[in-house]
Design a protein around this ligand. Structure first.
Ligand SMILES: NC(=O)c1ccc[n+]([C@@H]2O[C@H](COP(=O)([O-])OP(=O)(O)OC[C@H]3O[C@@H](n4cnc5c(N)ncnc54)[C@H](OP(=O)(O)O)[C@@H]3O)[C@@H](O)[C@H]2O)c1
Length: 275
């Protein structure tokens, strides 16, 4: 199958292209090919004649989205509409990557795919606008909400913590936000199974288990064999422009009922990542 991947040079997109490339003809599509905020990107995407599209491209800097909401809605909302329009024109399935930030975190137990979204900020609202565009325009789609992504490529939490622990010997990390870390290669392998299947719909996809950011940082430092203090702090002690959900664990209900095995625990994935 010829699969087009937007955001192909991003953290997830890089691993996803490698995974899909094992069995498919993969074409990457980034800013260099076309700016997805422009209507002309619909033609540029359709001209590639894909048989399926995976849409990873997004404005992912949560605080930048809060500072410039119009930019966030242009990329994450309108840009996703353009990708969906290209898929509609070609009548091919779309896998849209969404986020745990569509939830407000008030539930305090794992979110089902059907739980009501209520984003706290513009990043979550703009990604939800992308979900709405996909649902409005397409019959054949996967909306896949992931969370707390880490991997080899791009800017990410685990790499930043390890660099700081090594250089400063101490890191202070928020201990009152709980979520599920997700390893980009594991998420990529699961997404490849989804896009090869006819089981369209909304999915939550994360590694197994949950932790706080402090818990994730402490395990990363321990697995990496770094002698450093990992001190827990409250969100109030680390002010950011964006309110983040205090609890955003995603129950992988549809994935497990449709495909059987849950993804491995996040600690196993982290250990492999740092090996
Ligand atoms: N990272 C996480 O923790 C996390 C959690 C939940 C959900 N997600 C979702 O997962 C997906 C992948 O995230 P990621 O962290 O791998 O992303 P990333 O590394 O930030 O990569 C984003 C990609 O999007 C491209 N892009 C941005 N604006 C564009 C535009 N206007 N037109 C065309 N391409 C554009 C970027 O291209 P350039 O580099 O050329 O600008 C880049 O390749 C996103 O949809 C994100 O919302 C991520």
């Amino acid at each position: 199958m010829r699969i087009l991947v937007t955001g192909a040079r991003g953290m997830l997109g890089t691993d996803l292209c490698a995974e899909l490339g094992k069995r498919h003809d993969v074409a990457g599509f980034d800013m260099a090919e076309a700016d997805l905020t422009a209507p002309a990107s619909v033609d540029a995407l359709a001209a590639q004649r894909p048989q399926a599209v995976v849409h990873c491209a997004a404005m992912t800097d949560v605080d930048a989205c809060e500072r410039d909401p119009d930019a966030a809605y242009a990329v994450n909302g309108l840009g996703t509409r353009h990708v969906a329009l290209a898929c509609q024109r070609l009548d091919v399935p779309l896998l849209y990557v969404s986020t745990d930030f569509v939830f407000d975190g008030a539930k305090r137990e794992p979110y089902y795919e059907w739980d009501a979204a209520n984003p706290l900020g513009h990043y979550g609202r703009s990604k939800l606008a992308g979900e709405q565009a996909v649902r409005e325009l397409l019959d054949k789609f996967f909306i896949v909400r992931i969370s707390w992504l880490f991997g080899k490529h791009g800017r990410n939490f685990v790499a930043s913590i390890l660099a700081k622990a090594r250089s400063e010997g101490t890191v202070r990390v928020v201990d009152d936000q709980t979520g599920s870390p997700s390893y980009a290669p594991d998420i990529s392998a699961a997404m490849a199974r989804l896009i090869e299947s006819p089981y369209y719909g909304t999915y939550h996809l994360t590694n197994g288990g949950s932790c706080t950011w402090h818990g994730l940082a402490a395990e990363a430092v321990r697995f990496a064999g770094i002698k450093a203090e990992v001190a827990p702090i409250a969100s109030a002690d680390y002010p950011t422009p964006t309110r983040r959900p205090a609890y955003s664990v995603l129950k992988n209900f549809c994935w497990e009922r449709t495909f059987g095995a849950p993804l491995r625990p996040w600690q196993d994935a982290l250990r492999e990542h740092l090996a």
